[in-house]
Design a binder for this molecule. Sequence first.
Ligand SMILES: Nc1ncnc2c1ncn2[C@@H]1O[C@H](COP(=O)(O)OP(=O)(O)O)[C@@H](O)[C@H]1O
Length: 351
Amino acid sequence: MDNTTGFAVTPVNHNHTNSSCSRDNVLKTVVFPVLYSLLFLLGLSLNGLAVWVFFSIPSRSHFIIYLKNIVVADVLMTLTFPFKVLSDSNMASVGLRVFVCRVSSVLFYLTMYISILFFGLISIDRCRKTLQPFKGTNAARLAHRKLLSGAIWGSLLALSLPNMVLTSRNPTSAYFKCSDLKTPAGLRWHEVVNHVCQFIFWGNLVTVIVCYALITKELYSSYTRTKAGTGQRQPRRRSVSSNVFLVLAVFFVCFVPFHFSRVPYTMSQTRGRLFDCNLKLFFFQLKESTLWLSSLNSLLDPLIYFFLCKSFRTTLFKMLRLPPGTCSWLTGMGVDPNTGSTPLGDSSACM
Ligand SMILES: Nc1ncnc2c1ncn2[C@@H]1O[C@H](COP(=O)(O)OP(=O)(O)O)[C@@H](O)[C@H]1O
């Protein structure tokens, strides 16, 4: 028996539910637990490495401050995966599944929106850096960015906390969904949070698109200017542009599908009577599949650090005792032999 709720532990028997609508099919109990286990192992290794590298780089640019926030969010997100694996594969006690609904899933979403917000800020910062390459920063601005980071964590925590507190009902059977544990106010808050988070996501997507369009325009005109001036081909600038698109590609692949599927799924949770059980199951599976893509972001972020942040690569190679030019064919961001600078002339050497 589970101490917290008094229900029998797994294997869960839910013969009382309509079996054709049961969530417990092979997708939820086998496929996703295997995929999340892989994400956990790879994500923990790569993000562990990223933490090790980042915390030996001083926070001397806005970009590095933002990346450090993302790496912390990714580590926390990765730590929630084992709970999801145990819960979805029905290997967890009822108490642990309640913990997943109340705490670890909420933490998962919190860290996801932290990453999304910091990606928006990174795009703005990169845009500013490209359009005004010689405008530096100072201690006061760096302190503001640290305050802003704290304010983002604080506000998202305040938004998410009621999702923990108002998931306070005890399950009435061993088979339950997170929405079954919510009080009426909890269900309303869950809906509100999802609206706010949709706004955060689409707002940041527009910001990222606008900023990267401006960056690409600037890179292209500086490329044509240089080409006209020297009469030479400058292949590196093209690879900078394609690296820049990595952020956009990651944003689209990881987050857009989830945010489309989240809308009908949240409606099926909060206005259940409008949906029959097959449709609810369909929206649940769609949400779970696209949520895995969002989780994949925690694994792809370290690749972004590697490709777009030269200080990250340099420090990584130093720590692994590899020569500085390692993988320059892959990153296309070596030092320009003519000018001695990085392709964007960015002294913080992160793009
Ligand atoms: N955007 C969000 N921010 C914070 N918490 C959230 C967010 N979306 C959902 N949650 C919370 O995470 C938990 C799991 O939600 P959800 O994934 O919708 O349920 P289920 O696992 O039953 O499909 C719930 O407590 C919910 O309120």
